[in-house]
Write a protein that binds this ligand. Structure first.
Ligand SMILES: Nc1ncnc2c1ncn2[C@@H]1O[C@H](COP(=O)(O)OP(=O)(O)OP(=O)(O)O)[C@@H](O)[C@H]1O
Length: 652
């Protein structure tokens, strides 16, 4: 591939021979300066100052100064010629990239590729400058050395050639390592970009170790490639020492011998000038420029022209594009989801028969108090809540009351100031306990990869395709799955809508073994029907317990029970019970704007004040039940008994 790029590069230059010639001619002016940088001081010494002719010496120094001015003019013209060479390359790359982007309708890839075009343009310009500068400087300096005393070439040329040779030998492996390093760097950046927005999700599901191992592997890979690349830095330093610094040492060490063999003092000083002022800096720039930019350019050009298309190979061929990712088909369709395994109908504690099998509750909060600071008013205070396995709880309440705080406490993302949170009978501390729950935050965590990889992310074991398809069907992901070309279709997070990302995150959570699912804003980008489908799918998970922070009346109505959070009117029960006993709940239900398909919802009768009055005042039965949640910081609220005057304790 490198060879192919080189030959294309040569073709590109051949097609622009006029510009190359112009560049060469202007560079000759710079060469003149390189020649004078050693020759003029040598003559100034030998013919001027050492011969007692000060004026001649000064005249030669004046010539050297003039050379600098002329050289500077030449350099300015060189820049214009370089632009004439570089811009067509840029235009060509942009054309190919845009054609490709339009053809593949991939705007994300397009912006990434056009950015790479800019890198290619700048790098190419830099390369033209350093390699041209080295060639003309070296020619000027070597010609100067020869005209001062051919013997000087004997001392300077061999180490210079050896340094360049050593560096040239490393160019190809260096480009390969640079490419591997860039690939590792991008893979790491890509994964981190996906992981970071999903940290809450990852922590809540106890997937930290797996994710850390995943990311750790990529970090290790990048470190290995960086070390390997760094070793070439040593070779570069060695090449510079050999080609640029050894000649200085040799000139000094052989000075007596050179002087004895007819080399004049001025010529020796001139030679030192050539090496220190011209060759060493030019060699340094060449090694640095070719070593870093050269390999980067190779990598970028390869990306822009992955398969070596037509037109100087700046785009993939049609054949190669056709061979890219044929759309896989969905082999098996899963049966429609059923809600057969749903938990028993919701009841409040007083109406529930005592469980006969001693199974720990799915979730148990006992006297939980939480505040966002040591002196802050608690957001949640003295909250007791018990949910049996398989139940479906909707948490409702005014904005800022503490619903997300509650889910974060249950997920183990926050620690209560006092009280305990138990999931499946186990205290929340420790990765094992965290792995027993799922939190799907609003920022659905989706990463670049196949859909199957995304969906199976929380599963330690391989997920059979039939199970994956069944979950996709249940949650409502199937249309997207088919549009992406099946489970092996590639997922580009940037190309998905927020709702599609949520569907992926929901299906992934549905597939996880965690018995407790927490959906906080997890369906906010779905339409009501899609939300209903997803919630029902979670509620139907055998033995799975679901806690939803509800923002729609339909969501609360679907739940077995509702926790209505409010500092003064916190209440817990079924929807109907809360309608009867909680004025705040009625208020909230009334405030929820119905969406078209909710119009038939009987609870919307509550919007009628008469209806509200008709059920108001009915108290909750529940012995010893007590739920207290405090509102926003700064708002002082006190627990209040509900219903029959006894404390209200929500128990399944
Ligand atoms: N990290 C934090 N530091 C300090 N206060 C916070 C923090 N997060 C939330 N709060 C405060 O805690 C209270 C409860 O916030 P929370 O996000 O739990 O409410 P919410 O009921 O989920 O609100 P919404 O329905 O608007 O999402 C609010 O007053 C909020 O300002």
């Amino acid at each position: 591939m490198t060879g192919r790029l080189t030959s294309r590069g040569l073709r590109f230059l051949r097609a622009r021979w006029r510009v190359v010639m112009r560049l060469g001619l202007w560079s000759v002016l710079e060469t003149g300066q390189s020649f004078l940088i050693g020759y003029a001081p040598a003559r100034a010494l030998d013919d001027g100052f050492l011969a007692g002719r000060t004026a001649t010496g000064l005249a030669w120094l004046g010539v050297a100064g003039l050379g600098v001015v002329v050289g500077a003019y030449g350099t300015a013209r060189v820049y214009a010629a370089v632009a004439a060479l570089v811009e067509p390359l840029r235009d060509r790359l942009v054309r190919r990239v845009v054609e490709r982007g339009v053809r593949e309708a991939d705007r994300g890839a397009l912006s990434g590729l056009t950015q790479q075009v800019e890198i290619a343009r700048d790098t190419f310009a830099g390369l033209v400058m350093v390699s041209r500068s080295f060639v003309f400087t070296a020619v000027g300096a070597l010609a100067g050395l020869f005209s001062l005393a051919p013997l000087l070439l004997l001392v300077v040329l061999p180490p210079l050639a050896a340094g360049i040779g050593l560096f040239a030998a490393t160019l190809r492996p260096l480009a390969r390592r640079q490419e591997v390093f860039l690939a590792a760097d991008e893979a790491l950046a890509d994964r981190l970009g996906a992981v970071c927005p999903g940290l809450r999700d990852i922590t809540a599901t106890g997937a930290q170790e797996r994710t850390a191992a995943d990311v750790g592997r990529l970090v290790d890979a990048e470190e290995r490639t960086a070390r390997s690349l760094a070793r070439f830095g040593v070779v570069r330093v060695a090449a510079l020492a050999l080609g640029g610094q050894l000649p200085i040492v040799l000139l000094l060490a052989t000075a007596p011998w050179l002087l004895k063999h007819g080399v004049t003092t001025g010529a020796l000083v001139g030679a030192l000038s050539y090496v220190t002022q011209s060759l060493l800096p030019a060699l340094h720039n060449l090694l640095h420029g070719l070593g870093t930019s050269g390999s980067r350019l190779t990598v970028v050009l390869r990306r822009l022209a992955p398969e070596g298309g037509r037109d100087a190979g700046l785009g993939p061929s049609d054949e190669s594009r056709a061979a890219e990712s044929p759309a896989p088909t969905v082999a098996a369709k899963s049966p429609a989801p059923t809600v057969a395994a749903k938990s028993p109908a919701p009841t409040v504690a007083a109406e529930s028969p005592a469980p006969t099998v001693a199974r720990p509750p799915a979730l148990a909060l006992s006297s939980v108090t939480f505040a966002y600071g040591p002196t802050a008013v608690p957001v949640i205070e003295d909250l007791d809540l018990t949910l049996p396995a398989g139940s479906h709880l909707a948490v409702v309440g005014p904005s800022g009351i503490g619903k997300s705080t509650l889910t974060a406490l249950v997920a183990g993302l926050l620690e209560p100031r006092c009280g305990t949170v138990r999931v499946g009978g186990e205290p929340m501390r420790g990765a094992g306990a965290l792995a027993r729950r799922v939190l799907i935050p609003q920022e659905a965590y989706v990463f670049t990869g196949t859909l199957a990889e995304n969906l199976a992310h929380l599963r330690p074991d391989p997920v059979p395709e039939a199970e994956l398809l069944a979950a996709a069907e249940a949650v409502g992901l199937l249309p997207l799955l088919e549009a992406l070309g099946g489970p092996e279709g590639r997922v580009d997070p940037a190309a998905l809508s927020a709702g599609e990302r949520q569907l992926i995150a929901l299906t992934r959570a549905h597939l996880s073994h965690a018995p407790l699912a927490l959906l906080d804003e997890a369906t906010c980008h779905l339409d009501p029907r899609a939300e209903e489908r997803a919630e029902r799918a979670f509620a139907a998970r055998p033995g799975g317990t679901l806690v939803v922070v509800a923002h729609r009346i339909t969501s609360a109505r679907r739940a077995d029970r509702v926790l209505m959070m409010d500092g003064r009117e916190t209440a817990y029960g079924t929807h109907d019970e809360l309608v009867r006993c909680s004025a705040r709940y009625r208020e909230l239900v009334g405030a929820w704007t119905p969406v078209p398909h909710e119009r038939s919802d009987p609870s919307l009768a509550l919007r009628d004040p008469d209806g509200v009055d008709a059920v108001a005042g009915a108290g909750l039965a529940g012995d010893g039940r007590h739920v207290v949640a405090h509102g926003p910081v700064g708002q002082v609220q006190t627990p209040r008994d509900l219903g029959d005057g006894r404390p209200f304790r929500g128990e399944g």
